[in-house]
Design a protein. Sequence first.
Length: 249
Amino acid sequence: MNRLKGKRALITGGTTGIGLETARRFIAEGARVVITGTNPATLEAARADLGPDALVLSSDAANASEQRSLAESVQHHLGQLDILFINAGVVQLQPIEQWTEEAFDRSFAVNVKGPFFLIQALLPVFAAKASIILNGSVNAHIGMPNTSVYAATKASLISFVRTLSGELIARGIRVNAVSPGPISTPLYSKLGLSEADLKHVAASIQGQVPAGRFGTPSEVADSVLFFASDESNFSVGSELLLDGGMSAI
């Protein structure tokens, strides 16, 4: 239970789902953890859940200037940073004709711009050996209808894994990604659909997964933990698909 003993970690979007489960796992493995979110209710719930081993901060992943403020807070509280898990993201699924410029810009701000400028702001804070893990998506690899903008944002993150690996490895910073398929998290409840429509969407998606089920946050957290730990020291620029075989068909 000491795979991350002495390590310092930041998890964006850490108040629910995959981020919260990963925070629990990191703490259990000996890490000091900072998590972020924007919803006051889930921020408070995460504080109660994680206890004194985690610092919970409000931070808007879409705001570039807030990424600089977040980096300063991390440096103040942790000194240096060994692990960054960029998990904050939004998903909006709709046909191309329904997209507005505002919605398009919001998706790219949260999923692409914010992560890029957070990594930039943290460069002076990273320890001599550090691990960055980006949360991608199977949608970057498959042509699922109504995912055009979401898939494009996640494809951008996967591109960052390759390009930033080449740029940062000389600094001792490894960049890798986990790319989940359908995972049982509160994410789907944020789509604005009725309960009946949500059940229909879930059944439709599950029917495309050869494993026949949704994944769990703990299964994703297991893989994030691997990339965060020294066990993955030779993993650079890798992407691990956690999709129950969805991208294989």
